[in-house]
Design a protein around this ligand. Structure first.
Ligand code: CDP
Length: 224
């Protein structure tokens, strides 16, 4: 059986990570949540009080930072920043906004893209992010571009936060999501963009099972 690479890109909160996780589980593959890696770098910058416009300070910080994804016995993903588990903290809304700003800095992208490519040498990966099918793995076997209405995305993100005990205003989240999409799509380095050969899935009215099944069917065609 061939070990393929599946790239899932798309705007904020469109369902990429939860779908990628299920696809990986079904295939016995590794799920690489690349957004979590950008979030980890953003968390470090927030802790140090470094803002995205201070490119020199970010460059220096990046040189002395490690971000790794680790998987426990239950295959649960842990995001390790300088060897400390930051999986929970990186989901806070202020980290989302900081991640969008800091991910435009070339040194940050170079560090994380190198790490992501190293994970993919043997295939058997499902990666989700913004630039997977266009930059990180332009030869990925299956490429998906996942979209959904901004309001629906805000409702889903509010529910995720609610499950963690964090109350968030849906309209504020919708504005934040749209702002982040704008930043991510208009930046000079690796902007959010559909790869020419990606399948578009609009998840506004789909269930997670339906979108997972679609990707699995495409993956199985390639696996043979
Ligand atoms: O889950 P959500 O859609 O809120 O965002 P995420 O995937 O965790 O990514 C957080 C931020 O990291 C995004 O807004 C992007 O700016 C950035 N990112 C990126 O630039 N490239 C990636 N491959 C993944 C995330």
């Amino acid at each position: 059986m061939k070990n393929i690479i599946i790239a899932i890109d798309g705007p904020a909160a469109s369902g990429k990570s939860s779908t990628a996780k299920r696809v990986a589980q079904q295939l016995g593959y590794v799920h690489v949540d690349t957004g979590a890696m950008y979030r980890a770098i953003a968390l470090k910058a927030l802790r140090l009080g470094i803002t995205a416009d201070n490119v020199d300070a970010i460059d220096a910080m990046t040189r002395s930072t490690t971000v790794r994804l680790e998987y426990d016995q239950e295959k649960k993903l842990h995001v390790m920043l300088d060897d400390a588990d930051v999986s929970e903290e990186i989901r806070m809304p202020d980290v989302s906004n900081a991640a969008s700003a800091i991910s435009a800095v070339p040194a940050v992208r170079e560090l994380l893209v190198r790490e992501q490519r190293a994970m993919g040498t043997a295939g058997g990966l499902v990666l989700d992010g913004r630039d997977i099918g266009t930059v990180v793995f332009p030869n990925a076997d299956v490429k998906i571009f996942m979209v959904a209405d901004a309001y629906e995305r805000a409702v889903r993100r509010a529910k995720e936060l609610e499950d963690k005990g964090i109350h968030a205003d849906i309209y504020a989240l919708e504005r934040e999501i749209m702002e982040r999409d704008k930043n991510d799509s208009t930046r000079a380095h690796s902007p959010l963009k559909k790869a020419d050969d990606a399948f578009v899935i609009d998840t506004t009215r789909l269930t997670i099972e339906e979108q997972t099944a679609f990707i699995l069917s495409k993956a199985k065609e390639r696996i043979g």
